[in-house]
Ligand binder design. Sequence first.
Ligand SMILES: [Zn+2]
Length: 105
Amino acid sequence: MVLVVFIGHHLTIYRIMLVSIRDRGLCPCPRCRIPMERVPDMGMVRDMRQRMTLARIDDNATRHKVETARNLIYNKFYAVDNDGVEAMLKDESLVPSSVSACRLA
Ligand SMILES: [Zn+2]
């Protein structure tokens, strides 16, 4: 993985996007939830439309999945690769990480 560091406001945004995507998940794109089987359609009209309709949004449903997974891992001592945890996170390539942003400069 290549980490590109930007100076200023963009540093936090890009770092969050890179660490919030799961390696070998079912959705490889950090910006949308396009499934792996549709990656060969990249650049086609349908793909361009799905970039909008499947855009990653930090909504309540996503936060709930991550918080529930974190609760299972940190409070109930489930393994990170437990089937229940995987069922919540793998479909959208989510990771059980809580990110807080802070200004570095
Ligand atoms: Zn995408």
